[in-house]
Design a protein around this ligand. Structure first.
Ligand SMILES: C[S@@+](CC[C@H](N)C(=O)[O-])C[C@H]1O[C@@H](n2cnc3c(N)ncnc32)[C@H](O)[C@@H]1O
Length: 259
């Protein structure tokens, strides 16, 4: 019986892997990997059999129950099975279900952390998510599968309560997210940065006020995107700044930019 390792691949750049992750990738017999794992990282384990089990929002992908079964059956035939996941396995990665499947099948399972996309983005933007006097709380949320009749869903309340928020898997719901947050009383002028393809050569960031979130979402491409919201981003410099691009927005921002 083999050992399953749920390994965080980080946001994309190979040199953001942990040393432990690299050692396991180099020794793996089989690597089951998500769509967000880059070729650069997969190339670090040339000896391993690579099996894509990719999940990418909106696209047809392998059902989670099937992934769980594949993980278990692979571990009955191979010694070192690496389940490689984008970012950190323990954040929006369905790690719990995979761990449970292994435990139930009597297969040893370990988890290796990775750099979650939010931390990769904060570093790339050189913007600390907490800042003395400005931000004491950070929330990571996803509104996916939350759509419904609820006027203020729990993810939105969490965003409204935090000083800084990072929204995962939100791009397709930009209008709904903007409307929900404005309805909760969040300022229309609050700075938002959309960070696409964090830590990859194709990385792209756009910034503007919360009121413009749907427009910002139209500016990014088809790569994975984070929505980052909070006053900490007021001074963040990005490739495309819609505050600067439109004089009316700069005026609207007023004290936010100065303070
Ligand atoms: C299923 S979640 C996985 C999150 C992952 N476990 C982590 O810790 O980063 C996928 C979402 O993470 C975000 N994401 C992951 N990698 C990213 C990257 N390199 N750049 C921007 N966003 C990323 C996007 O919001 C994407 O839709």
């Amino acid at each position: 019986m083999g050992h399953v390792y749920l390994v965080g691949a980080g946001p994309g750049a190979a040199d953001l892997l942990t040393v432990r992750a690299l050692r396991l990738i180099e020794r793996a017999d089989v690597i089951l990997y998500d769509a967000l794992v880059t070729d650069e990282i997969l190339a670090l384990g040339p000896q391993a059999k690579k099996v894509p089990v990719g999940k990418r929002g909106g696209r047809v992908s392998m059902d989670q129950a099937l992934i769980n079964r594949l993980l278990v059956s692979t571990a009955t035939k191979h010694e070192i099975v690496v389940r490689l996941k984008g970012g950190d396995p323990m954040l929006f990665g369905r790690a719990h279900e995979e761990i449970e499947a292994c435990v139930q099948a009597g297969i040893a399972v370990s988890v290796v952390p990775g750099i979650t996309a939010a931390f990769g983005a904060a570093s790339a933007l050189t913007t600390s998510l907490t800042q003395r006097g400005l931000s004491r709380s950070v929330t990571f949320v996803t509104p996916t599968v939350a759509r419904g009749s609820q006027a203020s869903p729990s993810w939105a309340k969490a965003v409204a309560a935090a000083d800084t928020s990072v929204i995962y898997m939100g791009r397709g719901d930009a209008s709904w997210i903007r409307d929900t947050l404005l309805n909760l009383g969040m300022p229309a002028t609050l700075p938002v940065v959309l960070a696409e393809d964090v830590s990859r050569p194709s990385s792209f960031n756009v910034k503007g006020p919360l009121a413009d979130l749907p427009d910002l979402a139209l500016k990014v491409g088809s790569g994975p995107v984070l929505m980052m919201i909070g006053e900490v981003f007021a001074e963040t410099e990005v490739a495309l700044d819609l505050f600067d691009a439109r004089p009316s927005s700069v005026e609207m921002l007023g004290s936010t930019k100065a303070g």
